[in-house]
Design a protein around this ligand. Structure first.
Ligand code: GAR
Length: 216
């Protein structure tokens, strides 16, 4: 069967992108990375993608008169590569409502908190400042509302008493690198269905493990 073509949008380091590229190397992985697009020409992730032989494109957003014209140019690039799923991976640019509407139910994002807690920026520091005992990461469908689309899957990690934003970010990132390739696989296998704000995942055992922190 033809593999799903995934387009990844990045702004920087690209470690989640790299995790998707790595996962897609497996012969039985149902998706391939067709193109990586960045709004930052110097994004480290673009080099990683190029070294992996993947098509890349940079659209410095300053060259566009408004958000929607930038979004339409990115969209045209994705469509040129036959993309069927857009995966935002550290893409730090707010999109016009046009983009998620155009890619409705075919665009996902990974965010380093357990949404709806801690949307926005510096979210690991937000979790520490709030005294949260557990944080994690969320993969969700993207809608016009920032960090608020239907949640597909989450992974949790403890917040430890001596955590800094960096140590917590590193612990969460390890789970991001497991969760994102898993969700892209589910999408490619046609397991996800959206009903309002809820997402059903077909044929996957529901996690039933309780996570306590501190551990009683
Ligand atoms: C990741 O932690 C990702 O969840 C976060 O940026 C980091 C990008 O790292 N995304 C957001 O905060 C989006 N709201 P990466 O470039 O190494 O994948």
């Amino acid at each position: 069967m033809a593999k799903l073509k995934v387009g990844i949008l990045i702004s920087g380091r690209g470690s989640n992108m790299a995790a998707l590229i790595e996962a897609a190397k497996a012969a039985d992985y149902p998706a391939e990375i067709a193109v990586v697009v960045s709004n930052v020409a110097a994004a480290q992730g673009l080099k990683i993608a190029q070294d992996a032989g993947i098509a890349t494109a940079a659209f410095p957003h300053k060259g566009f008169p408004d958000r929607e014209s930038f979004d339409r140019a990115v969209s045209a690039e994705l469509e040129k590569h036959g993309v069927g799923l857009v995966a935002l991976a550290g893409f730090m640019r707010i999109q016009s409502p046009w983009f998620p509407a155009h890619w409705k139910d075919r665009i996902i994002n990974i965010h380093p908190s357990l949404l709806p807690a801690f949307p926005g920026l510096r979210v690991q520091q937000q979790a520490i400042d709030a005294g949260a005992r557990i944080s994690g990461c969320t993969v969700h469908f993207v809608t016009a509302d920032l960090d608020a689309g239907p949640i597909i899957a989450q992974a949790a990690v403890p917040v430890l008493p001596d955590d800094t934003a960096d140590t917590l970010a590193a612990r969460i990132l390890r789970q991001e690198h497991r969760l994102y390739p898993t969700v892209v696989r589910w999408f490619a296998e046609g397991r996800l269905s959206v009903a309002g704000s809820r997402v059903a995942v077909a044929g996957v055992p529901q996690g039933a493990t309780l996570l306590f922190s501190p551990d009683p």
